[in-house]
Structures are given as structure tokens and as C-alpha cells.
Design a protein around this ligand. Structure first.
Ligand code: Q46
Ligand code: ZN
Ligand code: ZN
Length: 306
């Protein structure tokens, strides 16, 4: 297999794009494509300040690397979740994130949930008795809350996460088989800002898991190989495996599923969301927007755990 650009031996072969590239041209192609998606979906402009949520994994560190290479003003945010599970998961992901930032002279904000709120994520899940032994629902609420809080407090224009195509397609599949219209409506590469909510973007949403692994390895990015121990056996991993089987038989099926979904929405698959769909009030505790009329989900967890 030869590189389509220079004819040298190809390192990465993307069957779904019918494109093979050598290392050098692959490392040029990824940022070019990212820049194209940022513009195509109106994610952010060159003068806007971007806060990248980094976990120490390949996707978020690669995203930060790409935005930095493209010349964006992108700082990092690492959330210390306090997950140990015998492998020191959070400590190691924190170490690698700090290392990545200091080697490149990038600015990293660190928020440790336990220091901030007195309990780590697994402790909060246990004390608030949410999630049936798996802290993921508490973790999701806490991450959304803290990312928004920091982006807003520090005056960032946009919050970027490293969700890749496999993540997006697994969510799309879950939302499709349950026909969760509200969630499908909100599944977009960009969620526009509204009162008190930062704009959220997913610049890697059209790159597959394997493409991001190849990018991180070829760039020499040191990232945490282990997945979060609590993700083992999750429904989303099961869906990813199913979708990989489909992709294996039909290269390009995942990308088509996602891109055609976005196009169908544009063509009116769902009635567009109106302001009334998202009437938000201010949480009396933290001041962040919430859909209920009392405490936001995060403050409810903290209260219950307290
Ligand atoms: S939600 Fe669950 Fe993840 Fe939080 S506890 Fe780990 S697996 S990190 S994306
Ligand atoms: Zn080449
Ligand atoms: Zn609150």
C-alpha cells in the first residue's frame, strides 16, 4: 500500500476513506481535516479562547496537540476524579497530562473533585447511592458541571472535548434504539452557548478510534492506555463492539451512520428545538442553569452525600 500523496510506503490505511498515507502525510492530514470540521460546523474562530477537557487519554491529548499545532489559543482542564481501583488510574492520567502540558509549555488547569467537594467520584456515588455500584452517572454529572463552571468562571469562549466517531456512534446507537428524541436532538458536533452554559464542541467527531490511536502513537504522545476501570462491561463498550463488527463487514458504515444522521436532522428529521424546550432556571446553590426548579443534579448529589 502506497501513500496517496508521496507514493512512499503507507503507514495508515483508511479503508472507509479509500485513503492510505505515510506517517508524515498522515500527521498533516489529521490537523487539516480537524480544521475543516471546525469551520464546517462553525465550532470556533481563530480569536476565541478554547478550554480543552483533557483526561490523559489519547483522544483528548491528541485534540490539544492538534489545536496547538493549528495555532488556536487552547488551554487544558484536567478533572481529578479520584479513581484508583488498584491501578492508580487518576494519579497516572494526571501525571501524563501534566507531563504533556509542561513538555509543550501549555497552560493546564487542574480541579480535584475530592479537594473541592470533600469526596472523590466513587465516594460521591456511594454516599449518594446513585448508579448501582457504577459511579458513571455521578461522574458524568460532575464532569459536565465542573467543565461548565471552569469555562464560565475563567472566561473561555468554548469548551472542547475529545469525543471521537466511535464515541458519537455508540451514543447515537443507544439513543436510536431507545428513540430518545430529546437526546438525539441535542447530539451535535456543536452545542451553542446559552445563558450560563458554555458552547461545547467535538472537533474529533469524524475520526475513528483507530485513527486517533494512530495519530497519538505517530506523534509520540504518551497517554494512559488503560480505560477507566469503571468502563469495563459498560453498555457503550458493548455497542462499540457491535458497531465494529458492522464496520468490519461494511467499511464506512459508522461514518455514514453519523454523518447521514446529522444531514437528516438538517433536513428536518426532528422539529428544531425551540427556546421553550430548554427552559432553564438558576440553581440556588451554585448558580448554574438547571432544567428543574430546585438544585441542579450536581448540587443534589453533593447534598445527599454530605
Ligand atoms: S464516566 Fe464512568 Fe467514564 Fe467516569 S467513572 Fe470512569 S467510565 S471516567 S467516560
Ligand atoms: Zn506520504
Ligand atoms: Zn447547583
Amino acid at each position: 500500500m502506497k501513500c496517496k500523496t508521496c507514493g512512499q510506503k503507507a503507514t495508515v490505511n483508511m479503508r472507509h476513506h479509500k485513503l492510505a498515507l505515510c506517517s508524515q502525510h498522515y500527521l498533516e492530514w489529521v490537523p487539516e481535516q480537524t480544521a475543516r470540521f471546525i469551520k464546517k460546523y462553525w465550532m470556533f474562530g481563530p480569536d476565541e479562547r478554547v478550554l480543552v477537557a483533557v483526561s490523559g487519554g489519547k483522544d483528548s491529548l491528541s485534540l490539544w496537540d492538534i489545536l496547538h499545532r493549528l495555532g488556536y489559543q487552547a488551554d487544558g482542564l484536567y478533572l481529578g476524579l479520584g479513581i484508583d481501583e488498584g491501578i492508580g488510574y487518576s494519579d497516572e492520567s494526571h501525571r501524563l497530562t501534566e507531563k504533556f502540558a509542561s513538555e509543550r509549555g501549555l497552560k493546564l488547569h487542574v480541579v480535584d473533585i475530592e479537594k473541592e467537594y470533600g469526596s472523590s467520584i466513587p465516594m460521591l456515588a456511594q454516599k449518594s447511592r446513585r448508579g448501582q455500584g457504577r459511579p458513571c452517572s455521578v461522574c458524568g454529572v460532575a464532569k459536565r458541571h465542573e467543565m461548565n463552571r471552569i469555562a464560565r468562571d475563567l472566561g473561555y469562549d468554548v469548551l472542547a472535548t475529545g469525543h471521537n466517531l466511535d464515541d458519537e456512534v455508540a451514543v447515537l446507537f443507544a439513543n436510536t434504539i431507545s428513540w430518545s428524541a430529546d437526546l438525539l436532538r441535542r447530539q451535535e458536533p456543536v452545542l451553542r452557548e446559552s445563558d450560563g452554559l458554555a458552547r461545547k464542541v467535538k472537533p474529533l467527531c469524524r475520526f475513528g478510534e483507530k485513527e486517533m490511536t494512530a495519530y497519538a502513537l505517530l506523534r509520540g504522545i504518551e497517554y494512559i492506555y488503560e480505560e477507566c476501570p469503571f468502563s469495563v462491561g459498560s453498555t457503550s463498550i458493548y455497542y462499540k463492539e457491535l458497531l465494529n463488527q458492522l464496520e468490519h463487514e461494511r467499511p464506512g458504515a459508522k461514518l455514514a451512520y453519523y454523518v447521514k444522521f446529522l444531514e437528516a436532522k438538517k433536513d428536518g428529521l426532528f422539529t428544531p428545538a425551540t427556546a421553550q424546550d430548554f427552559v432553564l432556571t438558576e440553581c440556588p446553590q451554585c448558580g448554574q442553569p438547571t432544567s428543574g426548579d430546585g438544585l441542579c443534579s450536581f448540587c443534589k448529589i453533593i447534598k445527599k452525600a454530605g
